[in-house]
Design a protein around this ligand. Sequence first.
Ligand SMILES: *Cc1c(COP(=O)(O)O)cnc(C)c1O
Length: 425
Amino acid sequence: MSDTPFYGSDYEALEALDPEIAGVLQSELTRIRSGLQLIASENLSSPAVLTALGSTLSNKYAEGYPGRRYYGGCSEVDKAEQIAIDRCKELFGAEHANVQPHSGASANQAVYGAFCQPGDKLLGMSLPHGGHLTHGAKVSFSGKWFDIAHYGVDKDTEDIDYDQVRDLARQHRPKVILAGGSAIPRLIDFQAFRDIADEVGAIFWVDAAHFIGLVAGKAIPSPVPYADVVTFTTHKVLRGPRSGALVCKEEHAAKLDKAVFPLMQGGPQMHTVAAKAVNFKECMQADYQQYAKDVIANAQRLAAGLAERDIRPTTGGTDTHLALLDLQKVGVTGADAEARCDAAGIVLNKNAIPFDPQKANVASGVRVGTPSVTTQGMGLPEMDVIADVIHRAVTQTDGDPEHAVAKEIRATVEDLCTRFPAYPR
Ligand SMILES: *Cc1c(COP(=O)(O)O)cnc(C)c1O
């Protein structure tokens, strides 16, 4: 083997030592390559990012921040973290960045830790209307330890009801107002939220986990100038390692840094921090900006194609990378649609739609996203094919992989995946 610092790519050694896990890595790659990946929160990070993730930086303890660590031997990881911080600030035009959160949920914990005491009042988007578990769901620490009121979407527009946000803010006087979620197809009016937060003296927090990649690619407006703090994941549209980060105004920097470490986390994962640095550099390139625009154009085309086939995108369409699809007109539940698509080689997830009459684990909708297929190079003509196969899988199959139509669809999917391969050899 050549003298490379990246032993993570030594697959043959792994195979010799542990054929079981090597087999899982191999079959997962085969799975990704042979189906349509339409989970809106997933993407295919680059070999450069994966290389940094598989590096020896994984070994290093580096509690603290660059130049002020609790361990010796941090000279090299200090460089990696400082580069990641500098690039993150530049990419988002932010005053301060913390690149240590282990995930989106960890970044969110830091915000609660920085600004709130248990029992404090917050205002966030309701989970069944598109929010996130960490925004006050009862099964999450956030809903157990904080008193979180929820706004939703308007019944007619299915978009955020800003009048309700203002009314609830005036009524509850929350310490923090939270915007963002996991199933919001439309742009968020950050100025409206800022004005409401200012009126009631609240911190304005944006959880940009889903759409931050579109911001990095300059394809949609940024929340950074408006928000006190913006948390995000780095593995969704952004296309970096599975992790999280936050950016904030300088006035909140010390508070948030202390909340990430030592309040909520121990040692940072320095291999992941290095991988985030690589990802931020990728995001600064012109081809990433084109990618972000293509992701949206593809999502809009896919949503339009499904609308033509009686699978209705809520809000009438999308401004982002995802569409939330109402299946009530075709009379199939979200759970059945997910299973039928899965048997046909199409990976997506069931999702509640606003005012959903079904229980959450059944749901009346599915969520689709274009980050992965766009990374594979698919464009508008392929979105028309995908709309057709989703519609056929949902309405003409029964979840049995041996169903004749399911087999036909899998052949079409295989053709797409051969022409636009994930991780081309
Ligand atoms: C994905 C997501 C998260 C959580 O990210 P993890 O990395 O899975 O912890 C938090 N908030 C929103 C809005 C998300 O979409």
